[in-house]
Design a protein around this ligand. Structure first.
Ligand SMILES: NC(=O)c1ccc[n+]([C@@H]2O[C@H](COP(=O)([O-])OP(=O)(O)OC[C@H]3O[C@@H](n4cnc5c(N)ncnc54)[C@H](OP(=O)(O)O)[C@@H]3O)[C@@H](O)[C@H]2O)c1
Length: 384
């Protein structure tokens, strides 16, 4: 029996998750919740630019809660804890990139009770925060002795993030530095990244100072910068750096950091992405230490990223690939520390169950876009 999945919201993550579910040999898409009234009643295949698949999107949460499904991929714009509890109480597991990576003990206890009553699990995952700030550093640290520091850091050109409202109204690009400095963005982002820092500290065994050190710096445009959110005027925010440091005796030992750029030109200070360009870095200082740079999870161009952003796809895939493990887990909040090693699944034309699903984005295929389902594959003896 395939695991029945509902997709909750069909933004960038949601659409990529739908593709991922349709291509996954163990999963079946059975429903989709949408926020936008104009998507209500439409076929989900159509919403992702593919052929109809016979699953209709709905704005009616109650109908979906009453329906039979095993797991929800929960990826709306903002998390609504009330909805999350309602989904869990309806007997559906949740995987989500919006939080619950490593909830505080009091919150976890409450959610554990909800989960145990409904015999389901809640798993927070994604990439940043998520796999790159938690799972991969944990795995890499296991190759080192006497670990003294762990750092996970993102360097991205934010022009490729396909939701202008989020970039403008929430990330506050284009605002004044004063507006950005007094906004809730650090706290909102910090609710996720601080969980990453604390998860690593608890598992690796750092006795952190009570408060994390939080840094937020901005660079402003020196000339008008054209961007997907419209022109950014001189003196307005065009790049931002955020840093969450877990310290011991004031020395940083665990760091999660983000560097977001609206392009690399005409900035004051004159920040750049560096010679390596867009990337994720994970650094372990220990005996021995290591520095891992992840490339390929950023788009080839701004235009390509606005159509389909590999980092968003990776976020969605980390959710989708975790579903079988989360559904099989003991009920409760399940973090990376509680779940076994997870993997992706072979492309539909290579997997044993032979699922076939193709969505045509109209973009040229490139290895870095992490898509390979259209490769012609012939396996003598197997494909006969
Ligand atoms: N942890 C990670 O690594 C990671 C990475 C990327 C994103 N994220 C998070 O994942 C979430 C989804 O990201 P995304 O890139 O898919 O965002 P997005 O493209 O902006 O899509 C969000 C979707 O939420 C729905 N929505 C819009 N306004 C809403 C509202 N007021 N209340 C509830 N739902 C609303 C819409 O769904 P419909 O279109 O279906 O109506 C929209 O398409 C965000 O919270 C983002 O921060 C996490």
């Amino acid at each position: 029996m395939p695991i029945r999945v509902i997709q909750w919201a069909t933004g960038g993550v949601g659409r990529a998750a739908i593709e991922g579910v349709l291509a996954h040999p163990d999963l079946e898409l059975v429903g989709a919740w949408v926020h936008s009234a104009d998507k209500n009643g439409r076929d989900v295949g159509e919403l992702i630019g593919a052929a109809p698949i016979g699953v209709t999107a709905t704005t009616d949460a109650d109908t979906l809660l009453a329906s039979e499904a095993d797991c929800v991929v929960y990826s709306p714009l903002m998390a609504d804890p009330h909805t999350v509890r309602a989904i869990l109480s309806s007997g559906k597991n949740i995987v989500t990139p919006l939080g619950w990576f490593y909830p505080k003990p009091t919150e976890r206890e409450k959610l554990d009770t909800v989960c145990r009553m409904a015999r389901v699990s809640l798993h927070g995952t994604g990439i940043h925060p998520g796999g790159i700030t938690e799972r991969l550093p944990l795995m890499l640290s296991s190759l080192s002795g006497s670990v003294t520091a762990i750092r996970a850091e993102e360097y991205s050109d934010i022009r490729t993030y396909g939701t202008p409202e989020v970039v403008r109204d929430w990330m506050l690009f284009g605002s004044t530095p004063e507006q950005a400095a007094t906004s809730a963005i650090v706290a909102v982002l910090g609710s996720g990244y601080s969980q990453s820092v604390r998860m690593l500290a608890d598992e690796v065994g750092f006795d952190l100072d009570q408060k994390l050190r939080v840094t937020h710096e901005t660079a402003v445009a020196t000339k008008t910068i054209d961007s997907p959110i419209g022109p950014i005027e001189p003196g307005h925010v065009a790049a931002q750096r955020f840093r969450w440091d877990g310290t011991v005796g004031d020395e940083p030992v665990i760091t999660a950091a983000v560097n977001w750029f609206m392009g690399e030109h005409d900035l004051d200070p004159p920040w750049t992405l560096g010679t390596q360009g867009e990337r994720f870095e994970i650094e372990i200082t220990g005996d021995p230490g290591c520095l891992v740079t992840i490339s390929g999870m950023h788009p080839q161009s701004v235009d390509a990223g606005l159509v389909r952003n590999p980092a968003v796809v990776a976020t969605a895939m980390h959710c989708v690939n975790s579903i079988p493990y989360v559904v099989a887990a003991e009920p409760g909040v399940r973090t990376y520390l509680d779940l076994p090693l997870m993997s992706g699944r072979a492309a539909p034309n290579l997997n044993l169950n032979r699922k076939s699903f193709v969505v045509d984005t109209g973009l040229p295929q490139h290895p870095d876009t992490c898509r390979n389902e259209r490769l012609p594959v012939s396996r003598p003896g197997l494909d006969a």
